[in-house]
Design a protein around this ligand. Structure first.
Ligand code: MG
Length: 316
């Protein structure tokens, strides 16, 4: 399955000098592999593997240095975003099963939660695990409205919410309500802020959404609770353009590294856009990884990319 992977030209836009110390001088954008239809949801495993989604291909892929890229799971039931929990298990968002799933130590996948108040979820998109082990995820309807990204079906939830799931008790709560299309999400390093991307602009005009959102909202979190989870009261943290905040991660200093249509855009904790690492394909999602946590792995349309930086990601 390996395809020729020629490295593109590396281009950094330094919009603010605060970006410079976050980067490694001379770092090169590497294209590790090409051959997916739409890559998303990369997760770095401690043994050096990167597992990510090719959603329209209905499969997960796995990359490891010196090894050929292989299929990790097929059919994947159109899994999208991934994260590791505190036991090192992969937690995933399954469009097809309309559920949050987890790969257990024996390798088998189990459904953790798929219903809220007696109705099926829409199609969980992206996921993060908080320090207390709770699983936070977004639930837009992409897996229902895009035939190539799910099994279709009717939306049963009255909205597109952000949920907090407690895998110990089974408790599921909607913590952010009223967003049009919640997508990527991440916590600040101290978990005092929850960032959630709204990507309604991907389908405005095609659906009932008049909104053209391509922004990241910020919510205050106190003692594991979103203080005011009404979207109408959220702060707009950043507008992402071109493209969408489909997926993003936060580094240990609180800077946010997001997908966009043109590259990895970096925003300071105060919302200032610091600049961009250009990527020649639209990005689905990215993650920090590598032995010391300072490698960006970027799932972008047909390819998996790698870029070394000078800061670690928050492990979440
Ligand atoms: Mg996403």
């Amino acid at each position: 399955m390996d395809a020729p992977a020629t490295n593109p030209e590396t281009h950094i836009e330094m919009a603010d000098e605060r970006l410079r110390p976050l980067l490694k001088a001379g770092a090169v954008l590497e294209r590790l592999w090409t051959g997916s239809t739409w890559g998303e949801g990369p997760v770095y495993l401690p043994d050096g593997r990167v597992v990510w989604s090719d959603i329209p291909g209905n499969r997960l892929l796995v990359w490891q240095e010196g090894h050929e890229v292989q299929e990790y799971l097929k059919p994947s039931h159109f899994q999208n975003g991934h994260v590791l929990d505190h036991q090192g298990r992969i937690v995933g968002c399954s469009h097809g099963e309309r559920a949050i799933v987890r790969q257990e130590q024996d390798g088998l996948w189990t459904v953790l939660v798929g219903e809220y108040r007696g109705r099926r979820l829409n199609s969980p998109n992206d996921v993060v695990v908080a320090r207390d082990g709770s699983i936070w995820f977004t639930d837009p309807p992409y897996g229902l409205i895009q035939p190539q990204e799910g099994y279709g079906g009717t939306q049963e939830q009255p909205g597109q919410e952000v949920y907090r799931f407690d895998p110990e008790t089974g408790d599921l709560r909607a913590v952010v309500r009223g967003m049009v299309c919640p997508n990527g999400l991440a916590f600040s390093p101290d978990e005092a802020v929850l960032y959630v991307g709204d990507t309604a602009g991907t389908h405005s005009g095609e659906t009932h959404w008049p909104e053209r959102h391509h922004h990241i909202l910020a919510y205050d979190v106190l003692d594991g609770e979103v203080v005011d989870g009404e979207a109408a009261h959220a702060r707009v943290f950043a507008e992402v353009s071109p493209g969408f905040p489909d997926g993003f991660r936060v580094d240990v200093h609180g800077n946010l590294w997001t997908s966009s249509g043109s590259g990895v855009q970096v925003f300071a904790p105060d919302g200032t856009r610091l600049g961009e690492i250009a990527v020649p394909e639209a990005i689905g999602n990215l993650t920090f990884g590598g032995p010391d946590g300072t490698t960006l792995f970027i799932a972008a349309s047909t390819s998996l990319y790698r870029f070394e930086v000078n800061v670690r990601g928050v492990t979440a």
